[in-house]
Design a protein around this ligand. Structure first.
Ligand code: NAP
Length: 387
């Protein structure tokens, strides 16, 4: 039994690790003769890139083959990430040769580099949004750029292993392997709602979410200065936040895979009402999902569908008490909680993650493990940090 398993049990959730889920994928990318996967990180100077380096330095099957940063030449990693100075790594502007490349770049940049990366047979795992949306027309609509590689987009798999493990394994066996890793708000929201979507229970939906400031990246912006953010909470992205598109795509698909077998099974996910807020903290996302169900439900029914959905998931903990971002800080865990209000009949589903781990770098490592046939928890077994 490993550490993550023990955590799930102490949190009051069902035992979380199913052996079948951890071992024996039907397809995987080939590791080197020593069992080592060589990995490169493009955009290593940013927050998500730095978190990837931190996690991968402790991954027993990974060797970091190179770190890319624009306009950098043999630059010690300490220049960008002082906390990682002990690694002795250098950052360069060459895109490394490796079995897998993680891109952690602003939207539009990874899509323009993708063809060059996958042409070498390298698996591409994009932490940004360039390969998340299936419909190329969604990119000009939500991201204001025309996708430069729609033929590659057509081959990409949405990188949320809890919902797409089988497709990730299938993608591993292809000559072109591209994963569009799930966004941070969508990870917390979709994991909180997927069991309801599969049951066809989402009649109407409003998602009210809060994020720490690292979610905005490290590029300097006036509205992210300490004096602007501290002791203040603000809503932003009203009616237009880009992550809305991912939530609609994935929750509609869960309806199709669920009991009613239809993308229209949940009227509330046709157009999701999503309102994000910036909170004066560094890491963490809380998604509060307010659902008017399609029919009356009991708490016993909700308990059963959530236990069934996540019983074998190593990183999703269904908890009995309302979760807080502190409960998952620094870990790859997502905690979910779901209750029906007996007075109003509405359902409240909560999801919390660390945006830089389960919302970015941890999810990326979890997906790498699936692609290369490793136990999914490899390199990700650390407990959350507290207080
Ligand atoms: N932060 C999160 O919680 C989070 C979670 C999930 C997904 N994401 C996504 O991950 C991606 C990276 O986010 P982040 O928070 O790490 O951002 P960040 O801290 O701002 O880092 C961005 C990285 O991209 C590089 N970069 C910027 N423009 C570039 C260009 N034109 N060409 C090449 N490199 C360029 C930056 O290099 P310089 O150092 O030279 O500026 C830096 O390495 C984004 O797409 C974001 O949406 C972020």
């Amino acid at each position: 039994m490993n550490a993550v398993h023990s955590m799930a049990e102490t949190a009051g959730a069902e035992p979380a690790l199913g052996a079948a889920r951890l071992f024996g994928p039907t397809l995987s990318r080939t590791r080197g003769t020593t069992g080592t996967i060589t990995v490169g990180i493009v955009g290593a100077t940013g927050y998500a890139g730095g978190e990837l380096v931190r996690l991968l330095l402790n991954h027993p099957n990974v060797r970091l083959a190179g770190l890319h940063g624009r306009n950098r030449d043999n630059q010690p990693i300490a220049t960008s990430h002082p906390h990682l100075s002990g690694s002795g790594l250098l950052i360069d502007q060459a895109v490394p040769e490796a079995d897998a490349i993680f891109t952690a770049l602003p939207h539009g940049v990874a899509a323009s580099m993708a063809a060059q990366i996958v042409a070498r047979g390298t698996a591409l795992l994009d932490v940004g949004p360039d390969f998340r949306l299936h419909n190329p027309a969604d990119y000009p609509a939500w991201y204001k750029f025309d996708h430069p590689a729609p033929e590659l987009l057509a081959q990409a798999v949405y990188g949320l292993p809890e919902l797409h493990r089988a497709e990730i394994r299938t993608a591993a066996g292809r000559s072109t392997t591209i994963i569009g890793l799930a966004g941070c708000y969508p990870t917390a929201t979709i994991l909180a709602l997927a069991p309801l979507a599969r049951a066809g229970l989402i009649g109407d939906l409003a998602v009210d979410a809060k994020s720490g400031v690292s979610g905005a990246g490290r590029e300097p912006k006036a509205d992210l200065l300490f004096a602007e953010v501290n002791e203040s909470v603000k809503a932003y992205g009203m009616f237009s936040h880009r992550h809305t598109a991912e939530m609609e795509q994935e929750l509609q698909e869960q309806g199709e895979r669920g009991v009613l077998g239809s993308r229209d099974a949940n009227p509330g996910v046709a157009t999701v009402d999503f309102l994000p807020h910036l909170i004066p903290m560094t890491r963490g996302i809380l998604a509060s999902c307010h659902v008017r169900p399609t029919r009356p439900v009991t708490q016993a029914e909700l308990d059963a569908i959530y236990a069934d959905a996540y019983r074998d998931e190593p990183f999703v903990q269904v908890v009995a008490d309302a979760p807080a971002t502190k409960h998952v800080y620094g870990s790859n865990l997502c905690r979910v909680w779901c209750r029906v209000d007996p007075r109003t009949g509405r359902i409240l589903a909560l999801g919390v993650i660390d945006n830089l781990v389960k919302g970015a770098a941890g999810q990326a490592v979890q997906t790498l493990n699936v692609l290369f046939g490793l136990p999914e928890t490899t390199g990700l077994e650390q407990y959350p940090i507290a207080p």
